[in-house]
Write a protein that binds this ligand. Structure first.
Ligand SMILES: Nc1ncnc2c1ncn2[C@@H]1O[C@H](COP(=O)(O)OP(=O)(O)OP(=O)(O)O)[C@@H](O)[C@H]1O
Ligand SMILES: [Mg+2]
Length: 278
């Protein structure tokens, strides 16, 4: 009954592996998935941590050379040094974020990161806080960034920390990252029959319909043409989707602003249903 599909081949490998090792298919599959996760982890560590680490080492070495034996600096030299310090800082933050994302992913996948829903009455305040955090970055790219909450939002029972930091922040950061300078990003919130909908709309390059499932895969990054250099490991949406699913919600994608771009809709029930993430 061989149909040669990747799924079928995988099943066959699992069955043979389990037979050879004398364990059940479930046991073999669990071990196999762990190896795959470890392989992804190694890839992330070797590739994605290498470039920020090179920047940290290279720039800090350069700074040391520039400062050695100098008591006074010209204005140009001071500016160069400040620029290098900013780059070191951003490379360090990039590494920290990547490590946090990898650890979050590993914990959720291992079932060791259950959500912890708490009563949150000031959802509007949380969104205002998020908007404030990103306003500076939007401004530095001349992106018009606005928050629109059109109706009173209910009290929700979510793991608000994870929803804010791993879900909304990532989707807003993506919108700002991929929208060209001078574009628009809107953060909106409202309610529907299933609960609360948070939408993040941008006027960026858009995501082709056939790519919309793929971007939620681990380490998936599309080849986005951009005038800006952007960083990322492709873990943000993967983790965001796991967390939204744990709440019993879903993320969907639609058309964006100004006839282009993307809108991400994060739909969450008012009371998190605390399910397994898979
Ligand atoms: N608003 C958007 N417009 C266009 N493409 C997007 C947008 N959001 C996500 N993508 C595409 O989906 C990919 C996956 O997004 P994801 O947030 O998972 O990863 P990342 O932002 O590249 O890295 P990370 O979030 O781990 O720092 C992105 O690399 C990009 O190709
Ligand atoms: Mg991202």
């Amino acid at each position: 009954m061989s149909n040669g599909s990747p799924q079928h081949e995988r099943q066959l490998t699992i069955a043979m592996g389990a037979f050879i090792l004398g364990v059940s298919r479930d046991e073999y599959q669990a071990a196999h998935s762990l190896c795959e996760s470890q392989h992804h982890l190694m890839t992330a560590v070797t590739h994605d941590l290498k470039s920020p680490l090179n920047a940290i080492l290279g720039l800090s070495g350069m700074l040391r050379d520039q400062l050695t034996g100098k008591c006074t600096l010209t204005e140009d030299e001071s500016r160069d040094i400040l620029e290098s310090i900013d780059m070191i800082n951003s490379a360090g933050l990039g590494m920290l974020r990547l490590i946090a994302d990898i650890l979050t992913m590993a914990r959720i996948e291992a079932g060791k990161e259950p959500i912890d829903p708490v009563e949150t009455s000031d959802l509007g305040g949380m969104l205002q806080h998020i908007a404030k955090t990103f306003r500076l970055e939007a401004g530095s790219h001349k992106i018009d960034f606005s928050l629109r909450v059109t109706e009173p939002l209910p009290t929700v029972y979510w793991d608000t920390h994870k929803i804010q930091f791993h879900v909304i922040n990532n989707v807003v950061a993506n919108a700002l990252k991929f929208t060209p300078n001078g574009g628009r990003v809107e953060l909106r919130a409202g309610i529907d029959d299933d609960g609360v909908i948070i939408a993040i709309a941008d006027s960026g390059p858009g995501i082709a319909v056939e790519e919309r499932d793929r971007i939620f895969e681990r380490y998936a990054r599309l080849d986005v043409k951009s005038e800006r250099v952007y960083q990322g490991s492709g873990l943000g949406l993967y983790n965001a989707q796991l967390i939204v699913r744990q709440h019993g919600g879903r993320i969907t994608i639609g058309e964006g602003l100004d006839g282009c771009g993307t809108t991400f809709y994060i739909g969450l029930p008012i009371r998190a249903e605390a399910r397994s993430s898979q």
